[in-house]
Write a protein that binds this ligand. Structure first.
Ligand code: AMP
Length: 313
């Protein structure tokens, strides 16, 4: 495994930096650091140099800046605007497989017009977190040298911004969504057929996240399936999907894997799915971003090996 960083592996992430209110059967937190971009960046930062494009309000706490900066995340593209930071509130079901959104206050995010700093523009890796497809497109357009581009979306954009989303997806190498979103996007309930249709929309690689049940990797005529990592206890699944995305792209960036040559090593994608699963599982072990205060690369690599152990036959 390579451990030395260089500019060639640099990753840019765009998305929400937020405050979240979360209730799970294990407790309730009124306000804590969250946001898709935050989770993606924290996870990816264990693999590759990471830079973010996002917006926060003037209420954004210095200790949260310090947490991100402490993971060496480049914050040059973190805009500060007068007003409040994006706020999201959700409550989980007893088994934590379902989540109800109680509140989404866009706040400063409502007028977000992402500007990619000049210093990021030649970075080869780009991960577009779950934001309005037009904003994802704008960031993509500013990253002229990107060699591997992908992202996430959600039911709201699939239902209400479909045409805009389809235009956006045409320019992506991979899409990471959950199984219900894959069905909604494709109009197919059978996931294999759904994947075939989605791959025809643009991204040559589709990763379907299935929460505690693991993940599926699809390309045109092949797929790979992994189970979820069984934790003793799940405290808070918030951000697990985003941490999956961070581990996935972070690993590919670290390995220098890109799409510019026309094809990507399928085995590298498989390993990236495992690293994604590993990062998603760590995220669930504590509330919000707490686990990232202590997590080490050594723990990540041990869990990667454990995955090998229980899936090999
Ligand atoms: P996940 O659990 O991986 O789906 O990610 C949860 C994170 O997504 C939370 O930290 C929220 O702040 C953030 N989030 C929730 N809704 C939205 C939205 N509509 N746009 C952007 N980010 C969101």
């Amino acid at each position: 495994m390579r451990t030395k960083y260089n500019g060639l592996m640099s990753l840019v992430i765009a998305g929400s930096v937020a405050y979240d209110g979360v209730e799970t059967p294990h407790g309730k937190v009124e306000r804590m650091l969250g946001g898709a971009c935050t989770y993606i960046a924290l996870a990816a930062s264990y693999f590759t140099p990471t830079s973010i494009v996002a917006i926060v309000g003037d209420d954004f706490d210095q200790e949260d800046v310090d947490l991100l900066a402490g993971r060496n995340i480049n914050l040059d593209g973190l805009e500060r605007a007068p007003g409040k930071t994006f706020f999201w509130e959700g409550v989980y079901s007893a088994d934590m497989n379902d989540r109800t959104t109680l509140r989404t206050d866009l706040n400063v995010f409502a007028d977000f017009n992402p500007k990619v700093p000049e210093s990021y523009r030649d970075h080869p890796y780009l991960l577009l977190g779950n934001i309005q497809p037009a904003l994802q497109r704008s960031v993509r357009a500013q990253m002229k040298s990107a060699r591997l581009v992908g992202g996430d979306t959600m039911n709201y954009w699939i239902n209400d911004f479909r045409a805009e989303l389809l235009e956006t997806l045409k320019e992506w190498d991979f899409l990471l969504i959950n199984d219900s979103e894959a069905r909604l996007l494709s109009g197919e309930s059978n996931l294999r057929l759904a994947a075939r249709k989605i791959v025809a929309m643009g991204p040559h690689t589709l990763v379907v996240k299935r929460g505690e049940h693991g993940a599926l990797l699809f390309q045109k005529d092949r797929f790979f399936a992994v189970p979820g990592f069984l934790l003793d206890q799940v405290f808070d699944p918030t951000g697990a999907g985003d941490c999956f995305a961070g581990g996935f792209i972070g690993y590919l960036a670290q390995q220098g894997i890109d799409a510019a040559s026309g094809s990507i090593d399928h085995n590298a994608l498989r390993r990236a799915v495992i690293y994604g699963s590993v990062m998603g599982s760590f995220c669930c072990e504590n509330f919000g971003v707490e686990r990232f205060r202590t997590l080490t690369r050594g723990e990540i690599d041990s869990r990667f090996q454990e995955f090998k152990g229980f899936t090999e036959f």
